[in-house]
Design a protein around this ligand. Structure first.
Ligand code: PLP
Length: 355
């Protein structure tokens, strides 16, 4: 029996402890999803009031993701949510020939949408395919879907994957399918709750050598070890796991980058074999704007004993303070708090101004 299971929004799951009241219902649909667009077939959309979508990191909810209502953009069309299906003989499912993104909309705008879309296209190229839509087309589809779904604060999941025309390691002729799904996911900014910090274990698996896998791609195959590691950590009562890399250096968490603070200076691993997160780059910029020195360098796990503060960051995690990693302890402090606040101010300027 785990001593303590924390759910945390540092992966791609709907929110854990940062939401005061569990997963929100979808009653704040402010815009009509039923409004047909020019050139678009109108689709009957079932009202979503009162449905609880998705599942938190460690708990099943009553409505699985494939049973939600609304629409999914799939290969150029807006389909009813439940019709956006794949066949079991899909190359992406068998051989992990798929790349994806995780994005967040705040106040009706997807944060750094173009950067995410460009990374999606680049990830596809890294695993050997060309996504058959331009960045402009993908961005336009995302923005239109956000309106059609009627959400302002939401999670956006584009995915591109090889289809089922050929089934084998070689799949040169397979169609590259592209889908975008958006589900509601408000960001709860409760600094006090957040500042308690989350607990991480040390993962057994390591981020691979870039000569072993295209480690800069946000490719589904690279998440196999993340799910294994996160499940193992959760089974022991931790929120997540810190992964080392193939050399034994500190790398990242299973779905977020990691930062440390010592004497007011920020230290973070050089992203040479894992994702250089869009949030990571934003946080570095915010820290520098505050005049905080940021050192990107190789960090060995033994050094963790010397750091005062630690936090994770990612689109889903935003800036999440960490209180423990295995035997190491941290006290979320001023530097982390500033960055939690600065990040919120950047992604939700209206909200920050109101507080
Ligand atoms: C393994 C991994 N590292 C880092 C990140 C952070 O990336 P970003 O800030 O671009 O969301 C993510 C988020 O998806 C991730 O899955």
């Amino acid at each position: 029996m785990p001593a303590r299971v924390e759910t945390v929004a540092c992966d791609h799951s709907p929110p854990g402890p940062l939401s005061a009241s569990g997963y929100p219902h979808q009653e704040d649909r402010t815009q009509s999803a039923d409004k047909p667009r020019i050139g678009q077939k109108p689709i009957a959309v079932t009202p979503r009031i009162g449905r609880t979508p998705g599942q938190a990191s460690t708990t099943m909810s009553s409505v699985p993701f494939d049973q939600l209502d609304g629409e999914i953009w799939y290969n150029g069309e807006f389909l009813p949510w439940k019709d956006a299906k794949v066949h079991v003989l899909t190359h992406g499912l068998h051989y992990a020939s798929a790349v994806f993104e995780g994005e967040r909309a705040y106040g009706g705008t997807v944060f750094k949408l173009r950067e995410h879309t460009e990374r999606l296209i680049a990830s596809g190229r890294m695993i050997g395919f060309e996504i058959p839509y331009s960045a402009d087309e993908i961005d336009a589809a995302t923005n239109e879907l956000l309106v059609r779904q009627g959400f302002t604060d939401a999670y956006v999941r584009p995915i591109a994957f090889r289809g089922s025309e050929m089934m084998g390691v070689s799949a040169q002729k397979n169609r590259i399918n592209v889908a975008i799904a958006i589900w509601q996911w408000p960001s709860y900014f409760d600094p006090e709750q957040r500042m308690k910090g989350i607990r991480l274990d040390l993962a057994e698996y390591r981020r691979p050598d870039p000569r072993t896998a295209p480690s800069k791609a946000k490719a589904t195959g690279l998440y196999m070890i993340c799910t294994i590691s996160k499940h193992a950590a959760e089974a022991k009562g931790y929120a997540d796991a810190l992964m080392l890399d193939w050399r034994g250096q500190v790398a990242e968490a299973t779905g977020a980058n990691v930062f440390f603070v010592k004497d007011g200076i920020i230290h973070t691993p050089t992203p040479d074999c894992f994702l250089d997160g869009i949030t990571r780059r934003t946080v570095i910029e915010l820290a520098k704007r505050r005049g905080i020195e940021v050192r990107e360098r190789a960090i060995m796990p033994e050094e963790l004993a010397d750091f005062d503060e630690c936090f994770l960051c990612g689109t889903a995690a935003e800036v999440t303070p960490v209180s423990e990693i295995a035997e190491w302890r941290f006290t979320p402090g001023e530097t982390t708090r500033r960055l939690v606040e600065d990040y919120t101010a950047v992604v939700q300027p209206q909200r920050a101004a109101a507080e």
